[in-house]
Every structure is written in structure tokens, then in C-alpha cells.
Design a protein around this ligand. Structure first.
Ligand SMILES: Cc1cc2nc3c(=O)[nH]c(=O)nc-3n(C[C@H](O)[C@H](O)[C@H](O)COP(=O)(O)OP(=O)(O)OC[C@H]3O[C@@H](n4cnc5c(N)ncnc54)[C@H](O)[C@@H]3O)c2cc1C
Ligand code: FES
Length: 290
């Protein structure tokens, strides 16, 4: 059991958890993730330690309310409660080298994965420029990134209440593409790194490719065990099958089969929507979500 030492809403739909997990805090490196199971009858989901303290034995997680499991975690778990299982650290650490000038981009809660890697790259002597593109009420880790890297830029998009969420997301993609192009022209980075929804990763990659700059991406295929035993997280890299949980999650963007990854990520959409709908109905019957 992994006790929640602190829980707070740090932005709309973004909840911070400080969790007692000494064995993970002792070993975790930037780029690695954990698999969390919160409830007896719950599924396992991958999350990223955003910061940690080896001596005090805790890790910090940020959970974005996306579908049933993340909504259930953010609704039902309170400070003092515990996560049932946290397995990790998993995956490969990010490559810690001197690349030179780095543009590290996080879309939405993807900036959580950017934070520890960008901070470590800066500490190693790289000149790290971070860019966070998200909706206005969803800005997170701004102060922390401003302290950790050479320059942190936040680009926000307002939410149009007359449009659906997916329609609003298209504005974030458009703003991100524009800003990345501008920053590449100004900075001429030696490496671009990006974390965010897979469709946005592909869209940003198309921009970066025009400038022929090396690009790394942290991929988010569906994961189950997170230890290389099932292949749910398989991706084609340079035509070869790789498991993102053990071979990644970081890969060279030029080698990824993007269309296959996008198709596989939407494979359970109907079931996910059904699970969310049933959970929302249950919450409403109990007197409404928080
Ligand atoms: C390496 C890695 C690190 C991640 N780090 C974070 C993080 O720090 N904070 C955060 O909020 N989210 C993170 N995610 C994404 C998080 O795992 C999904 O948001 C979560 O699983 C959604 O579950 P759900 O039931 O709420 O939504 P669902 O309705 O089940 O799913 C919504 C979408 O989330 C994705 N997803 C669902 N289940 C999984 C799964 N088991 N594995 C991977 N993707 C899934 C799919 O693209 C799906 O279409 C990370 C994912 C990966 C692969
Ligand atoms: S999640 Fe099962 S092999 Fe990667």
C-alpha cells in the first residue's frame, strides 16, 4: 500500500499526489514511469513520477482526469488513503548527454514527463528551452520549470464553451505548431523532445522534420503490465516491433510508425466511453461528482 501524503488540485482536471514509495524514490531516473493500480477491481495505468525525494521516500504524481480510472482516482482517493499497487521504476531512463540547445515541448499534462528530463538535461550543461501549450486553466509546473531550465515558455488557448472538447483541442494543436515553428527558427535547437497526445506528436514531428532536426518522443501506447510480458504497448520502430514499456518510452520520432500507433491508441474507445458513462451515472446517483 502506498499512502497519499498530500493531494491537491494544481489546475483544472490536474491533481497532484505526494505518495510514500521509498523503493521507487530511491531508484527512479528521469524518463521512467510507474504502473499504478488504485482499487481492488481497478485497471493498471501508467503514470510518471514528476519529482521525488530519496531521503524522505516519496514520489509526486500528477493525474489528469481523462477517462474512468483517472476520474475515479481523482474523485475517490483522499489524503491519507493509499494506492493499492505502484510498480516501478519502469522503462528506460532518458539519455543523459550533452546535446547542446534543446527544445522540450509538453502539451497538456505531457509537461509532467518533460519536467524531470528537462531539469536533468539543464543540470548536465545543456541549454534547455521548455514550451508548455495547453488550455488557460490547465497550466501546471510553471514556477518549477522557470527555476529548472534556461527559459520556460507557456502558450495558452482559451476554452470556447460553445465548442466540443475535441474541437477546442484542435486550437491547441494549431497554436503548438505555430509556436514550435517560431521557436525552431529563433533557437535553431540541436534536439527537440516532445510529450503529448499521439496525434499532436505526429503534427509537431511534421514541423520539426521540415528543419531536419533530431527529435525524441515519449510514446504512450496502451500498457498493461509495463514489464515486457504482454506486448500491448508494441510499436513499430524502423519496421521492427518494439515494446514501449521496456525498449522505450523514448524513441527517435523519425523511426516511429505514427499511423499505426494512432490507430492502436483508439482501439478501446467505445469501451472506455461506456466505462466512463456508467461511472458518471453512478456518481450522479450518489449525489454528483466533486
Ligand atoms: C509512459 C506513460 C506515462 C504516463 N504518464 C502520465 C502522467 O504522468 N499523468 C497522466 O495523467 N497520464 C499519464 N499517462 C497517460 C495515462 O496512463 C492515461 O491517461 C490513463 O491510462 C487513462 O486512463 P482512463 O481510464 O482515465 O482513461 P481511458 O478512458 O481508459 O483512456 C483514455 C485514453 O488514455 C489512454 N490510455 C488508457 N489506458 C491506458 C493504459 N493502460 N496505458 C496507456 N494509455 C492508456 C488511451 O490513449 C485512451 O484512449 C501516461 C501514459 C504512459 C504510457
Ligand atoms: S505493457 Fe505489456 S509488454 Fe509493455
Amino acid at each position: 500500500m502506498y499512502k497519499i501524503l498530500e493531494k491537491k488540485e494544481i489546475a483544472m482536471r490536474n491533481i497532484w499526489y505526494k505518495v510514500h514509495a521509498p523503493h521507487i524514490a530511491k531508484k527512479v531516473k528521469p524518463g521512467q514511469f510507474v504502473i499504478v493500480r488504485a482499487f481492488e477491481n481497478g485497471e493498471r495505468i501508467p503514470l510518471t513520477p514528476v519529482m521525488w525525494d530519496k531521503e524522505e521516500g516519496w514520489i509526486g504524481l500528477v493525474v489528469f482526469t481523462r477517462g474512468k480510472t483517472t476520474l475515479r482516482i481523482n474523485t475517490e482517493l483522499k489524503e491519507g488513503d493509499s494506492f493499492l499497487n505502484i510498480a516501478g521504476p519502469l522503462g528506460n531512463p532518458a539519455p543523459m548527454e550533452k546535446f547542446g540547445k534543446i527544445l522540450a515541448i509538453g502539451l497538456y499534462t505531457g509537461v509532467v514527463e518533460v519536467f524531470p528530463i528537462a531539469k536533468a538535461w539543464q543540470e548536465l550543461g545543456n541549454e534547455v528551452h521548455t514550451l508548455h501549450v495547453t488550455f488557460e486553466p490547465m497550466v501546471i509546473l510553471k514556477d518549477e520549470l522557470e527555476k529548472a531550465v534556461f527559459k520556460h515558455t507557456v502558450e495558452t488557448v482559451s476554452i470556447d464553451p460553445n465548442k466540443s472538447f475535441p474541437e477546442n483541442m484542435k486550437n491547441v494543436t494549431a497554436r503548438a505548431k505555430e509556436k514550435v515553428r517560431e521557436m525552431i527558427e529563433n533557437l535553431k535547437p540541436d534536439l527537440v523532445f516532445m510529450v503529448g497526445p499521439v496525434g499532436d506528436q505526429k503534427a509537431i514531428f511534421e514541423v520539426v522534420k521540415e528543419y531536419n532536426i533530431p527529435m525524441e518522443v515519449d510514446l504512450h501506447p496502451i500498457m498493461v503490465d509495463g514489464t515486457g510480458m504482454c506486448g500491448a504497448c508494441r510499436v513499430h520502430i524502423n519496421g521492427e516491433v518494439k515494446f514501449a514499456c521496456v525498449d522505450g518510452p523514448s524513441f527517435d520520432a523519425y523511426t516511429v510508425n505514427w499511423d499505426e500507433l494512432i490507430a492502436r491508441s483508439g482501439y478501446y474507445r467505445d469501451l472506455e466511453m461506456k466505462a466512463m458513462q456508467l461511472y458518471m451515472e453512478k456518481l450522479q446517483a450518489q449525489g454528483g461528482a466533486q
